[in-house]
Design a protein around this ligand. Structure first.
Ligand code: WT7
Length: 656
């Protein structure tokens, strides 16, 4: 088919797919198919969650389900004791499921490893013993900088086993970003890989780690796992460097788990906020595990004895924490884990993997789906995808075109799609269809998960009832909610709980349609969503300003065909520097080096001035209007309205 034919076909599909009712066979076998579940959970949300907590293994039961008296600092399952790694490993082995595959791992160049739950328990125990041998104890922080290899999941679970607080840093982040995160949490150790494969090239991760830890006195050891074949340049002679082969491999395969309090910290995960400094989101043990277990079970309708589940996220993001490591493993399902890029060696790699491993539940992001659409229908068509029974989407609003394409070209027109809205902070899925209940509509995340309460408010905090748009808020605590920002309670209270006192404000706008379904409209703060990942405009601005040529910078997110949004920079140069495509390119690279490739601006525009209010605040809204070629909005608060005309003229000239 030509591109035009493909898009006509898509228009027809859109026309024909106004909604999707789960097929009778799906409903019949679903983990939950009774719509009453919503009313039951709402009537007593504490006992709803308590019911889920009871499905986990506790060393000691809780004395109180929820203590919200010290809001916004929640305590769930107080007095309860458990270990998160035991939920994910020991209990499956104890139940006789040790021989079930935990991971079908595939390296980018086709190397394959199969690890059962019993294998994982043995390996995790070795890593845990290894970490203990390095002096890591309960409460110590361990930063992890690894690619998508089983050792990443092992290290995460090993930390959980010994009560060390882990913090995974996505391996696409720069050394500066890694350094900032290691410093903020004062990590005692960094666990890394020497290298990994990406699109056929070796990425030398150890070089990044070396640069980062040069400035991190808290780090006593860097534990290095070798990807193999000597592809990385591991050795530097730094006495802190120790090797997996020496520290982990000789360890015994059993390790007594640390008994953790329900409210002991499990991990810190950094995410971008509205300032230049990332926030270390804190999650604790019992509530997080309960939320992860329950949402994975119901939203993905898992049947651990027969499903093969694949979430394509990186474990470095919250999606990988909750929906690769803790949720699916607590449920005991078999998973696919893939190291590399979706278009390597060819653009059908994902479909080949689904066919090979008979994947039944597949969870990916709209940005990926849009790329698949662009690569062409022939790639999925060349593979047998009939093993699939359920599809998921996460990270950003999914446009109806991508939704119907996903349903028909991947899901064979028969798989329900769960569009799941949530955040690093929420720990687990909050707004989502339930696949055996909800008749879905392309583009809508539909309704809150049972037990979750979401509302829409206007500027003043009045509730918008019925159809309408507003700020999305969550006005009832939930077990997997964040417990704070590492080392910065003031920021925690300010960022999430001050816009509407006592109510959690996620930072998204949303609308409700006539039938009560929610449509997420995107961020309403200075945070953008690039390929399903959160980036702060301020962080990119500080990166630009740190370049010697830049006097001032403003960054906005503009709509992008594949990425959803892409950063665009507006820059005022210092005198003596000359605007031009070369400098623009240098600045784009500079941001990439400082933060990571994801943050690299799509374009950098030079301008003599930026639109500002009289008090000196940059009006990004007006820059967005310029970038989107829209009529310029309200400029009454602008100090110098003339600035915009110049900007608009420059912008139209393109990247210079
Ligand atoms: C932000 C959270 C949750 C894992 C991935 C991102 C946006 C996320 C959806 C969705 C519309 C979505 C929101 C949210 N978002 N999922 N299904 N529909 N928007 O985690 O980096 O913490 O970002 O991603 O804007 O606030 P994150």
């Amino acid at each position: 088919m030509t591109e035009t034919q493909q898009s006509t076909a898509l228009d027809t599909l859109l026309e024909e797919t106004r909604s999707f009712t789960p097929p009778r066979e799906f409903v019949a076998q679903a983990n939950v198919n009774d719509p009453e579940v919503y009313a039951r959970a709402d009537a007593d949300f504490e006992s709803w969650w308590e019911g889920w907590a009871k499905k986990l293994n506790w060393d000691q039961p809780w004395t109180k389900v929820l203590d919200w008296s010290n809001a916004p600092y929640a305590k769930w399952f107080e007095g309860g004791k458990m270990n998160a790694s035991v939920q994910c490993l020991d209990r499956h082995v104890a139940d006789g499921n040790g021989t079930r595959v935990a991971f079908h791992w595939e390296g980018e160049s086709g190397d394959v490893r199969t690890l059962t739950y019993a294998d994982m328990l043995a390996e995790v125990s070795k890593v845990a013993n290894g970490l203990r041998s390095l002096g890591i104890q309960k409460g110590d922080r361990v930063a992890i900088y690894m690619p998508m290899v089983p050792e990443l999941a092992m290290t995460v679970l090993a930390c959980a086993r010994i009560g060390a607080i882990f913090s995974v840093v996505f391996a696409g982040f720069s050394s500066t970003s890694l350094k900032d995160r290691v410093q903020d949490q004062e990590a005692k150790a960094v666990v890394c890989a020497d290298a990994c494969w990406r699109r056929g090239k070796v990425l030398d991760l150890k070089v990044v780690v070396d640069e980062a830890v040069a400035d991190c006195p808290s780090v006593e050891n860097v534990l290095i796992w070798k990807r193999g074949d000597g592809i990385g340049t591991a050795a530097t002679g730094d006495p802190r460097d120790v090797y997996w082969d020496d520290v982990v491999v000789p360890q015994p395969t059993d390790c007594l788990p640390e008994v953790m309090d329900a409210e002991d910290i499990l991990f810190i995960l950094y995410t971008s906020g509205t300032t230049g400094k990332p926030k270390g989101i804190v999650h604790t043990t019992g509530g997080y595990m309960t939320g992860a277990y329950a949402t994975t079970n119901l939203v993905f309708d898992l049947k651990p004895e027969k499903d093969v589940y694949w979430c394509t996220a990186d474990i470095g993001w919250i999606t990988g924490h909750t929906y690769i490591v803790f949720g699916p493993m607590a449920n005991g399902v078999s998973q696919v884990l893939y190291e590399g890029a979706p278009d390597f060696p060819q653009q059908d790699r994902f479909w080949a993997l689904i066919e090979k491993y008979q994947v039944s539940v597949f969870y990916t992001a709209p940005t990926a789906i849009r790329a698949f659409m662009k690569w062409g229908d022939q790639h999925p068509a060349a593979h047998d995808l009939s093993s699939l029974r359920l599809l998921g989407s996460v990270g950003e609003p999914i446009n109806p075109e991508a939704w119907v394409w996903y349903l028909h070209h991947i899901g064979g027109g028969k798989c329900p799609i769960v569009d799941t809205w949530w955040q690093t902070e929420t720990g687990g899925i909050m707004i989502t269809p339930l696949p055996g209940i909800t008749t879905t509509v392309p583009g809508s995340a539909t309704t809150p998960f049972p037990g979750i309460s979401a509302r829409l408010l206007d500027e003043e905090g009045n509730e918008i009832k019925g159809a309408g748009g507003g700020y999305l808020v969550l006005d009832r605590p939930w077990p997997a909610m964040l417990r704070g920002i590492w080392g910065d309670n003031a920021r925690f209270e300010e960022a999430y709980w001050s816009r509407y006192p006592g109510i959690y404000f996620p930072g998204d706008g949303a609308k409700r349609d006539e039938q009560g379904f929610l449509w997420i409209l995107g961020r309403v703060d200075d945070v953008m969503n690039v390929s399903g990942h959160r980036l702060s405009t301020m962080e990119i601005e500080s990166a630009l300003v740190s370049h010697e040529a830049v006097a001032e910078a403003a960054v906005i997110g503009v709509p992008h065909e594949l990425k959803g949004q892409a950063p665009v920079g507006f820059v005022i140069l210092r005198s003596g520097f000359e605007a031009g495509p070369e400098l623009a390119d240098e600045l784009r690279k500079h941001v990439g080096t400082l933060i990571g490739g994801l943050a690299r601006p799509e374009q950098v525009h030079f301008t003599p001035e930026l639109p500002k209010t009289r008090s000196g605040k940059i009006m990004r809204r007006l820059l967005r209007d310029v970038a989107e070629g829209k009529a310029i909005g309200d400029t009454t608060t602008l100090a110098d309205p003339g600035v915009l005309a110049g900007l608009q003229a420059d912008y139209e000239k393109g990247d210079s």
